[in-house]
Ligand binder design. Sequence first.
Ligand code: KIV
Length: 286
Amino acid sequence: MSLQKKSKITIADILNKKKNKEKITMLTSYDYSISRICNQTDLDMVLIGDSAATVMMGYDSTRKIGMTEMLTFCKGVVNAITRQVVVADMPFGSYQLGKSISIKNAFKFLRCGCDAVKLEGGSEIVDIIKNMTELGIPVMGHIGLKPQTTPLHHGYVSQGKTAEEAIILLNEARALEKAGVFSIVLEKVTSEVASVITDNINVPIIGIGCGPHVDGQVLVIHDMLGLYKDFEPKFVKKYLNLSDQIFDAINAYETEVKSGKFPQEEHMYHMTDEEFTKLEKILKRV
Ligand code: KIV
């Protein structure tokens, strides 16, 4: 792990990557310790996703997380990240209640130290996004499968399976681009449609479950580390099996404490012999 300090990646750098046909990388992170590791890598962006609802809080839906919890996760992340563009997901209900409330909530994330906010939705929220981008708030869009709303009506099914659906998605991406987003997350969309959208939109398209023909990729870090086993979608590649490793480590600790194998000499602190003799004399007196 290199400790060399690298310069901060900017939103302009992200836009240039699309122009230069360089792939963009993003992962979610929700706390200080993991974000410190991300900060040592060449990852481009870190997303404090509202997936925190499930992987950090154990809720059964991303609709259940609120501003206070999201801002707490953001604080841990921004205290660690000096390199990547930090994007915060605006939780369900924080940007649907009118212009001033959504802008006020977006500013809370920027004031916390995040570089941008992400909002789930297409044509139904372009006016809200436009209000934000006109005020200089960097916004990332999110269309395709929208976990805050899609599963209610359709379940976690892939999007863009018909030509009609493809045109709707392309028009949504166009509307977001016009509203001033600097990039768009496209979730669980067929590879063919993801490719068409990527070729027809000027801002970077960051795919999750959309195949390789997009400008960049994002995954939930718990999924790619194999830390969260309740949800294992086909589009995730597991780079580690961390939950098994943690399970083994906890069992080893438990066994070693009970058998007396831990702690050993290297884990202890000692008094000098002189002080210990002194202590023994005092103890005899009392
Ligand atoms: O909340 C999240 O983690 C996300 C990613 C899946 C893109 O929105």
